[in-house]
Design a protein around this ligand. Structure first.
Ligand SMILES: Cc1ncc(C[n+]2csc(CCOP(=O)(O)OP(=O)(O)O)c2C)c(N)n1
Ligand SMILES: CC(=O)[C@@H](O)[C@H](O)COP(=O)(O)O
Ligand SMILES: [Mg+2]
Length: 588
């Protein structure tokens, strides 16, 4: 494919030389460019297609990068990146040593603020506006583009509340396409629908917060957008523009199936049809083991309730939402609310499974401590995407949870090593616990084709001695246990493997035996070295005055960028070959 006019655009200054008619041609070429690249390189498609015109109009009308433009979540910023000097290397998007899949300050001056987690843009733009004013720059514009699902999140409201009581030169653009990854939910969604259909009579919510409200306008009408930006640039103080767009705009299938085409995988750039997935039998995704097992358990245990903050498809809670809609709820992008809602359910005797990504649970840390653990409420957290997640990179790797959870009193932490392990801990948890539990499992597929094992109740806090060996012990947790077993097979009889599914409480009796038997121990985890599972072992080794050699293998004290998990593990020395070499040198 060729993009003759787009190829002349190396930055927004080039864009501003064009006529509005030419800008429409750029819109066609830019949309085509995004489709062509994502069709083979994968990534987030629908959101970027939905803001092609908005992206061009913003960079045309405003003097970026001096005017600050922040893309909330940032998964819709492919067009922004392509016209701000990254067209020619955009094929490295989300790849190892390539471009980040999200705006990143270190990547470009046009990326005013790094995003990836939702609902941060208004706070950041307001902060920049306050700083500009104090620096005497009253001409600079500060623009936050935020989606209809993201604006429903707590911190977005906190920022609107503050901004509405300021004279900040701030423009909030609500990109309203009525969907998140899954359909948007909640009263705000219903309100916005009424506004769009004109059936909303009372005062606009955003005007009630002292924003100068404009819209709703067609977010695909370039001329209309340019006209309204011209007006908005002359108005001081907090302004709110409501634009209506279609997620996946310009690709028939992406418009028709907006959930799948949020991140469709590979597809035919010409027809839009998804590339057929390999049909040979594969182990299930961990998320599906969770989702299907929850349905199995909920059929018998009528007290089971499922909660997800905006990730029904990603967490696979969708299965329970389909089967038991009265007992499974998507609360929107509202992790803090999801956690304390779960606490409330548990406080009244409900058996609540809160399905939440490791990285997004970070947003509800105080609720976890203050509302759940302090009151010993038996919430069952199913922490998905734990460990390295791959292409989403530094903003999404779930590598901190073992560390940030381990220090919380009353909290049980479990990392399953395969599908059966996950099923058994879910079964055990819903039998009734005296305290909350966090079950953390990785993105991607498990190990077993035949995974729907009969349930077994697990004994809390017990480790398992899986392989006997004479010289060195590997203590592993979670998905790295499989790696440990493969390593032990190489060093026949010399390497022992202990599986610590329970990271907390640790099996101190087993540890006492390990410290007594081995002079060399290594720990393996898909999480940070500082504060995680290995640290827990080291703390106990100190307490038991262990004098042998203990090496902790995990994520070092740095943010890990994007790449495949194999590439990242290799770069971190956590791949099989590197670990094998390390063990060999320890055995020599
Ligand atoms: C704190 C947080 N929770 C969940 C997500 C996962 N997530 C990524 S995009 C998205 C939906 C965003 O919807 P919206 O704001 O309407 O933007 P659109 O995709 O429609 O452009 C969600 C839930 C996230 N990035 N951050
Ligand atoms: C942009 C965003 O935050 C989500 O789309 C996230 O990328 C989903 O991750 P998974 O693909 O692991 O569900
Ligand atoms: Mg949306």
């Amino acid at each position: 494919m060729s993009y003759p006019l787009l190829e002349t655009i190396d930055d927004p200054a080039d864009l501003r030389e064009l006529s509005v008619e030419q800008l429409s041609v750029i819109a066609v070429e830019l949309r085509r460019f995004i489709i062509d690249i994502v069709a083979t390189k994968e990534g987030h498609l629908g959101a970027s297609l939905g803001v092609v015109e908005l992206t061009l109009a913003l960079h045309y009308a405003f003097s970026t990068p001096d005017d600050k433009l922040i893309w909330d979540v940032g998964h819709q910023a492919y067009g922004h990146k392509i016209i701000t000097g990254r067209r020619d290397n955009f094929e490295t998007n989300r790849e190892f040593n390539g471009l980040s899949g999200f705006p990143k300050m270190q990547e470009s001056v046009y990326d005013a603020f790094g995003t990836g987690h939702s609902s941060t843009s208004i706070s950041a733009a307001l902060g920049m506006a306050i700083a500009s004013k104090i620096q005497g720059n009253t001409a600079r514009h500060h623009i936050a583009v935020i989606g209809d699902a993201s604006i429903a999140s707590g911190m977005a409201f906190e920022a609107l509340n503050h901004a509405g009581d300021s004279d900040a030169n701030l423009l909030v653009i609500l990109n309203d396409n009525a969907i998140g990854i899954d359909p948007s939910v909640g009263a705000l969604k219903n309100y916005l629908t009424n506004v769009k259909t004109g059936s909303q009579r009372q005062e606009n919510i955003f005007e009630a917060l002292n924003f100068n409200y404009f819209g709703p306008v067609d977010g695909h009408d370039l001329e209309k957008l340019l006209e309204i930006f011209k007006t908005l640039k002359k108005i001081k103080g907090p302004k709110f523009l409501h634009v209506i767009t279609t997620k996946g705009k310009g690709l028939k299938q992406a418009e028709a199936d907006q959930v799948v085409y949020h991140a469709p995988g590979k597809f035919d750039a010409l027809t839009g049809e998804l590339k057929p997935k390999n049909t040979h039998p594969q182990p299930p995704k961990y998320q599906d083991v969770f989702g299907l097992t929850l349905v199995e358990l909920a059929k018998k245990n009528k007290q089971i309730i499922g909660i997800t903050p905006a990730m029904p498809t990603g967490s696979s809670l969708k299965y329970m939402m389909q089967q038991f809609p009265e007992r499974a709820f998507d609360v929107g992008i509202a992790e803090q609310h999801a956690v304390t809602l779960s606490a409330g359910i548990a406080a009244s005797g409900g058996v609540v499974f809160c399905a939440i990504y490791s990285t997004f649970l970070q947003r509800a840390y105080d609720q976890l401590i203050h509302d759940v653990a302090l009151q010993k409420l038996p919430v069952i957290f199913c922490v998905d995407r734990a460990g390295l997640v791959g292409a989403d990179g530094a903003t999404h790797h779930g590598v901190f949870d073992l560390a940030y959870l381990r220090c919380i009193p009353n909290l049980i932490i479990f990392a399953p090593r395969n599908e059966a392990s996950l099923r058994n801990i879910m079964y055990t948890a819903q039998l009734g616990l005296e305290s909350p539990i966090a079950i953390r499992y990785p993105r991607g597929r498990g190990l077993e084709l035949d995974w729907q094992n009969p349930f077994e109740q697990l004994e809390l806090g017990k480790a398992e001695h899986l392989i006997k060996g004479s010289q060195l012990a590997i203590l592993a947790t979670g998905n790295f246990t499989e790696t440990a077993l493969q390593l032990a097979a190489v060093f026949k009889g010399n390497v022992s493997v202990y599986y610590f599914g329970f990271v907390k409480p640790l099996d101190f009796v087993m540890l006492k035996r390990v410290f007594k038997k081995y002079n060399t121990i290594i720990t393996l985890e898909d999480g940070v070295q500082s504060g995680g599972f290995g640290s827990a072992i080291a703390e106990e080794a100190a307490r038991q005055s262990y004098t042998g050699k203990l090496e902790i293998f995990g994520i070092p004290d740095q943010f890990i960028e994007q790449g495949t998990t194999e590439e990242l593990q290799q770069a971190l020395g956590l791949d099989f070959e590197s670990l094998k070499e390390n063990i060999q040198s320890l055995l020599d």
